[in-house]
Design a protein around this ligand. Structure first.
Ligand code: DP6
Length: 346
């Protein structure tokens, strides 16, 4: 007999970035972060988890058709935590099949480039954790699952929710309070849109895991960012979302992206995620805002050169329309993907 469950998880793009770990094993961050979950029409991971007593004895994971190593500490941590929650159910009710003892088979498909700084690990681990939680029929809330997904990849804990999501840095040593919460549902600000300018679909140079460890060890800007700048901006950002104040939302988003990339440059050896094409996109956003006489577009960049530009629906033509029209002109721009904000985590 084979037991099976499927789910999809969307990508989230932080407007206040996670960069730095106080515990690299548990992915406990040095600052809280805040993201917008993009709608699944475009970027998402679809995952099926199954288990069976008749499967070969070891767990397996297939991503876009190729076998992945599951022996890594992160995947192992997720499997272990989920199995232990299932075991508790089985111990409490002996009529339940002992799924926790069966090998797992995970099959995932991304509909976007893996590890290109398009938050693939976020959607990937969020989908993996929820698929297994569904398979095991765990009664866990999204916040409880976020504690597990975070151990797979920090940013994954935010992809278990739709809308606007806060990941609390927490202070406990075991990470029990380093979990995600929804700040506002997508319906709160229905006009919010994101356009993604794909500059490169190649794998990124320095992984975020390695990059942030080097930053913590060498950057002096980092301390001010984590301890002063981010805590202040987290408040500003939450107020901006509450008030649907795009100017503050946009300005804070751009300034936090710039602060994160400045910290990368201040790392030794320096880390460059932005390239000339990324900088050209920043200039276009600046021109759009100058022409409008206010902030109607806001760029942000993760650990890669691709730009995500947030804007409101009423400015579709001025923002997304302009980027689409410019595609032919700039050969560095591989494509544009547009998206709204995801209503629910699933
Ligand atoms: C720049 O979540 O990929 O996208 O926890 O080591 O897996 P690990 O890192 P990851 O880092 C994401 C960094 C970021 C900012 C963000 O998403 O908040």
């Amino acid at each position: 007999e084979i037991y099976r469950a499927s789910t999809t998880a969307p990508v989230n793009i932080a407007v206040i970035k996670y960069w730095g770990k106080r515990d690299p094993k548990l992915n406990l961050p040095t600052n809280s972060s805040l993201s917008v979950t993009l709608s699944q029409s475009d970027l998402r991971t679809h995952t099926t988890a199954s288990c069976s007593p008749s499967y070969p004895s070891s767990d397996s994971l297939l991503l876009n058709g190729s076998p992945q190593d599951v022996s890594g500490a992160r995947t192992q941590a997720c499997f272990r935590e989920l199995r232990s929650l299932r075991k508790q159910l089985e111990d409490a009710d002996s009529s339940l099949p002992k799924l926790s003892t069966f090998p797992l088979k995970i099959v995932s498909e991304n509909n976007f480039p893996t590890a290109a700084g398009l938050a693939s690990s976020a959607a990937g681990f969020a989908a993996l954790v929820r698929a297994i939680a569904n398979l095991y029929e765990l009664p866990s809330s999204p916040t409880e699952l976020s504690r597990i997904a975070r151990q797979g990849s920090g940013s994954a804990c935010r992809s278990l929710f739709g809308g606007y999501v806060r990941w609390e840095q927490g202070s406990t040593v075991d990470g029990s309070d380093s979990v995600a919460f929804q700040v506002a549902p997508a319906e709160h600000w229905p006009g919010m849109r994101a356009v993604i300018l794909v500059v490169s679909a190649a794998k990124k140079g320095v992984s975020s895991t390695t990059g942030m460890q080097t930053t913590v060890a060498t950057s002096s800007l980092f301390t001010a960012r984590a301890n002063e700048t981010v805590p202040r901006r987290m408040k500003e950002m939450q107020d901006a979302i509450k008030n649907k104040d795009f100017e503050t939302f946009g300005k804070t988003t751009m300034m936090d992206s710039n602060s994160f990339h400045a910290t990368c440059l201040d790392t030794y050896p320096p880390i460059f995620y932005l390239n000339d094409v990324s900088r050209a996109a920043i200039k276009v956003v600046e021109q759009i805002n100058k022409r409008a006489g206010k902030i109607i577009a806001a760029y942000t960049f993760d650990a890669g050169p691709n730009a995500v530009v947030y804007y409101e629906e009423q400015n579709e033509k001025e923002v997304a329309g302009l980027f689409k029209a410019m595609l032919g002109e700039n050969e560095g721009w591989k494509g544009v993907r547009g998206d709204g904000v995801q209503a629910n985590g699933e």
